[in-house]
Write a protein that binds this ligand. Structure first.
Ligand SMILES: [Zn+2]
Ligand SMILES: [Zn+2]
Length: 189
């Protein structure tokens, strides 16, 4: 059975205004990596309840809870991209977060560009965005952090960690992904 039987990946902008970044590259890389149909599907509302006014950031875990209730019909995973800065309780910021094996993932562009506010364009920015999106969507399919050098599933705490890894899954993660997707397609827990 094809992995796509478990549903497509929906990609949605949930930042300020209209999408400030082009998501076409992200969609293509997700399609190539997860061998699953990927569609841009806009979400009408925004996760206003996830804003932490004290920190001036959005709590990514609360965004995921909000997002998990907005999975488009037929979708396996919904990836939200925002320009708002994200944090979790114990870290000053995160590039993104995902529910491991669950439906929701979020990635922020806020720290993927040079400080001082270069516009969110250019090859380096695009490459970083693609890596973070592949990483978080990888988590939703059940992949965990990988120690193999260069693997996109490597943990990234700083922008240097992001730049040091590739946009692709290592061989081991590709095998694991295929197993996880086959189990899901066969509906085996
Ligand atoms: Zn991760
Ligand atoms: Zn790996």
């Amino acid at each position: 059975m094809s992995p796509a039987a478990a549903g497509h990946v929906a990609v949605a902008w949930i930042g300020r205004g209209d999408a400030a970044v082009a998501l076409g590259d992200v969609c293509r890389r997700l399609e190539q990596t997860f061998l699953t149909e990927v569609r841009e599907e806009p979400l009408r509302d925004r996760p206003v309840d996830a804003f932490d006014a004290r920190r001036g950031q959005y709590e990514s875990t609360r965004i995921l809870q909000w997002l998990a209730r907005r999975v488009p019909p037929g979708a396996r995973t919904v990836l939200a991209v925002t320009d708002q800065d994200l944090c979790i309780v114990v870290l000053t910021y995160v590039f993104g977060e995902a529910q491991v094996g669950g439906p929701a993932a979020v990635v922020s562009t806020a720290r993927l560009q040079a400080p001082g506010g270069d516009p969110p364009t250019g090859a380096l920015f695009e490459a970083r965005l693609v890596k973070e999106c592949v990483h978080e969507v990888g988590h939703t399919f059940g992949l965990t952090h990988c120690r193999n050098r260069g693997c996109v599933m490597g943990r990234a705490n700083t922008i240097h960690d992001v730049d040091a890894k590739d946009a692709t899954l290592c061989r081991e993660c590709r095998v694991t992904l295929a197993t996880l997707q086959a189990k899901e397609a066969a509906n085996v827990p």
